[in-house]
Design a binder for this molecule. Sequence first.
Ligand SMILES: *[C@@H]1O[C@H](CO)[C@@H](O)[C@H](O)[C@H]1NC(C)=O
Ligand SMILES: *[C@@H]1O[C@H](CO)[C@@H](O)[C@H](O)[C@H]1NC(C)=O
Ligand SMILES: *[C@@H]1O[C@H](CO)[C@@H](O)[C@H](O)[C@H]1NC(C)=O
Ligand SMILES: *[C@@H]1O[C@H](CO)[C@@H](O)[C@H](O)[C@H]1NC(C)=O
Ligand SMILES: *[C@@H]1O[C@H](CO)[C@@H](O)[C@H](O)[C@H]1NC(C)=O
Ligand SMILES: *[C@@H]1O[C@H](CO)[C@@H](O)[C@H](O)[C@H]1NC(C)=O
Ligand SMILES: *[C@@H]1O[C@H](CO)[C@@H](O)[C@H](O)[C@H]1NC(C)=O
Ligand SMILES: *[C@@H]1O[C@H](CO)[C@@H](O)[C@H](O)[C@H]1NC(C)=O
Length: 383
Amino acid sequence: MHVLALLRALLVLFACIGIATAQGCVADEDCSLNGICQSSSGRCKCDLGWKSDDCGVLDLLPAARWSGYNYTNFTSPDFYGTKGNSSWGGNIIQDRQDKDLFHLIIDQFPRGCGLSGWRPFSTVVRAESRTGPAGPYHYAQELLGTFRHNAKVIWNPADEKYLLYTIGIETETPDTCKSYKWANNVSVSSAPDIRGPWSPSERLLDGTNPTPWPLWSEDNPTSEIVLGVEDNFLYQADSFGGSYELIKSMPWNTSDYSDHWTEDPFLWRDKRGNWHILCHWMIDIAERNEKYPRVGGHLFSRSLTGNWTFKLQAVYNTTVLFTDGGRTDYYRRERPRLYFSDDANLTPLYLINGVQEFNSSASYTLIQPIRNGVKLRERERGF
Ligand SMILES: *[C@@H]1O[C@H](CO)[C@@H](O)[C@H](O)[C@H]1NC(C)=O
Ligand SMILES: *[C@@H]1O[C@H](CO)[C@@H](O)[C@H](O)[C@H]1NC(C)=O
Ligand SMILES: *[C@@H]1O[C@H](CO)[C@@H](O)[C@H](O)[C@H]1NC(C)=O
Ligand SMILES: *[C@@H]1O[C@H](CO)[C@@H](O)[C@H](O)[C@H]1NC(C)=O
Ligand SMILES: *[C@@H]1O[C@H](CO)[C@@H](O)[C@H](O)[C@H]1NC(C)=O
Ligand SMILES: *[C@@H]1O[C@H](CO)[C@@H](O)[C@H](O)[C@H]1NC(C)=O
Ligand SMILES: *[C@@H]1O[C@H](CO)[C@@H](O)[C@H](O)[C@H]1NC(C)=O
Ligand SMILES: *[C@@H]1O[C@H](CO)[C@@H](O)[C@H](O)[C@H]1NC(C)=O
């Protein structure tokens, strides 16, 4: 037997009997498809932005306080409560013409009602930053009025339009802080420019937490769209306004309180063509009825309808280190989104989350840098 083959066989053997496997890899799957398994060393070489033996942990850097979008201290005479302009995550969009301008498309609950007022107070707003993708962002415009939530925006080259997926329904809001319960439906709206005009939201399917990914590429300029929703169900349509067919559901138990319980998926296809989902993993609710600390989940697969792997481990947790040397342990950290480099490498540069501190009913949108790519690029761009 060739010596390498023997080594590989030994690795597999160790994997089977569960010893000495911490650093070993035999296939790129052992590197979470976030890197390459080097056959010479039997170790993973992680892509920029990922770390640990299996490349299964986001390589996060300290965040700057008051970056992102945090207007929980804002108030106005027409507010019904004291929770400011609360928000719950967003998407970073680099302006297509003006490359130094960044937009953050956010779910915002104004009126001071806080996170529990998300239904019916949520609106989709646009904020701007000229100080880089981490912000701080400043309110610029309301894109969709109440009730619109779960905004996920993506540029679709096939239509040369932004697609804005949301859940919600057009409704009036009450004149006191209230919380409503409704069944959720996913809709889509489109616009040639991020400032609009946005087409009326068109209802697509029952569900929540939409996460689209256009299948367009230069080699295959198709208008087909993949759409993930809660529980990592994957749908596909011929075009964004078309009819969405279920193409994949996960083989494991996705029920509430199971160890695979997730929400808030964020779907992407990486530079090698592999598929990934970052999501809010709810293991601590399942195990201890608490919302922290293990909140980041990661799923990956070589093909959309193929064999997805969900390693039950935290990709990130509720602890955030800050550039001032401080640390905040959040109560809730959900709605993960990545902002990638705009080159073919799709290097993850920032992690965006909706966060809530302990003993607070307000919430805001945190943007945390990811190592390497971001430093490099910020230096290049002079931020
Ligand atoms: C967000 O704003 C609140 C005040 O409403 C403040 O206490 C908190 O430190 C801010 N967080 C960050 C990360 O800037
Ligand atoms: C909210 O916090 C920011 C950042 O510290 C500060 O600039 C602003 O004045 C505060 N606003 C209010 C209304 O306290
Ligand atoms: C809070 O949100 C409202 C829109 O609902 C906006 O008019 C206002 O400028 C926002 N305040 C800040 C400080 O961003
Ligand atoms: C979602 O759609 C159903 C019909 O399938 C409707 O009964 C319900 O009111 C809708 N809910 C919202 C929030 O749009
Ligand atoms: C799925 O998980 C839930 C919650 O733990 C449990 O109650 C249920 O029995 C599980 N279903 C199956 C088919 O294992
Ligand atoms: C799916 O992938 C996992 C590892 O990522 C592997 O252990 C398993 O054998 C694969 N299953 C199938 C049916 O290919
Ligand atoms: C989150 O993970 C970091 C790094 O592993 C660890 O230092 C920190 O204590 C964890 N936070 C919590 C709340 O467990
Ligand atoms: C939250 O408030 C409770 C008392 O109401 C206190 O015991 C606890 O330490 C507070 N937690 C944090 C993280 O501040």
